[in-house]
Design a protein around this ligand. Sequence first.
Ligand code: ABF
Length: 219
Amino acid sequence: MDQLAMKKQAAQAALQYVKPDTIVGVGSGSTVNCFIEALGAMKDEIKGAVAASKASEELLRKQGIEVFSANEVSSLDIYVDGADEINPQKMMIKGGGAALTREKIVAALAKKFICIVDQSKQVDVLGSTFALPVEVIPMARSQVGRKLVSLGGAPEYREGVVTDNGNVILDVYNFPILNPIEMEKTLNNVAGVVTNGIFALRGADIVIVGTPQGTEIIE
Ligand code: ABF
């Protein structure tokens, strides 16, 4: 079974958590694109969605699903999103698609975070296979880069990428994250950092993993 088929399987399984008459929080990325396609079948049962990226907003509208802004809702029942890495404690690295800030904002609105991944995303230690994305105010790029080096990482400027918020991304290589909660807090406190891609303070509540043997649900 190829990776896309596993992503589709996880995305399809997430539909069981969508309640009628609710507004659904929707993340971004290729696994979420599969979820948006599947959610199209429920478009008449839900009120609409809040999306974490402009790309997801467009896809939702194409499915005939109404898109609300995060300012229009006080809370969401669920938020469905992918991840670049997820550990056994349901903590994640996200931001490979540069939408991490909006993803953190919409996730914070939701009562339940449902993470949909294929099995290649499961790791024991965050940062072991994927560089950690950090969204930075452009004028602080060099100074934040030096701080990341002092913390032990090897930051690289993601050339040609401007986030939906007009900022830049530094990807931190060689950066195994042994204490994700502490590192998320540390990076949150660096001047010029808008958001870091560690989702540990608010991890996932339910993880749906697509595998060649079928879908595994971790609650
Ligand atoms: C988003 O989708 C991002 O935070 C993460 O980078 C990405 C996962 O990518 P994909 O679903 O395309 O593998 O949730």
